[in-house]
Design a binder for this molecule. Structure first.
Ligand code: FES
Length: 114
C-alpha cells in the first residue's frame, strides 16, 4: 500500500495586520502558484477566525464584503451571508457552507492551519 504524503501548510500573520472587525485574504504556501489556496482571516471583536476566502455561491472574493456586529460575513456580490465562526450559510443565494480552518494565537502572531 502506498501512502500519499501531504504536508499541511500554515500561514503566520502578525495580529496587527488584521484590526478588529476586519477581514484579510492570505494564501497558504504551495509548490506551484496555481495550487495556492486563499483563506480569509477575520478579526471578530478580538477573536480570530479563518474561512474559505471565496464565496460558495459563485466563487468570488469575500474580502471586499463586510463583517456584521453579530459575526456574519456578507458577500459583496450577491448578498450571501455566512457565520464567521462556523462557515455556515445564514442566507443565500449560497447553499454550501464555507470551510473553516484551525486558528491559533501565539503572542503577537495568528497562525492558520490548512
Ligand atoms: S458570489 Fe457571493 S453571493 Fe454570489
Amino acid at each position: 500500500m502506498t501512502a500519499e504524503m501531504h504536508t499541511k501548510q500554515k500561514v503566520i500573520i502578525k495580529k496587527d495586520e488584521i484590526p478588529p472587525m476586519s477581514m484579510v485574504e492570505y494564501y497558504f504556501p504551495a509548490q506551484k502558484p496555481r495550487e495556492r489556496k486563499p483563506v480569509l482571516v477575520v478579526n471578530y471583536k478580538g477573536s480570530f477566525f479563518a474561512i474559505d476566502a471565496f464565496c460558495s455561491h459563485a466563487g468570488l472574493s469575500l474580502e471586499e464584503g463586510f463583517l456584521t456586529e453579530d459575526g456574519r460575513v456578507v458577500c459583496p456580490w450577491h448578498g450571501s451571508v455566512f457565520d464567521v465562526r462556523t462557515g455556515k450559510v445564514v442566507d443565500g443565494p449560497a447553499e454550501r457552507d464555507l470551510r473553516t480552518y484551525r486558528v491559533e494565537v501565539k503572542g503577537d502572531e495568528v497562525i492558520v492551519y490548512e
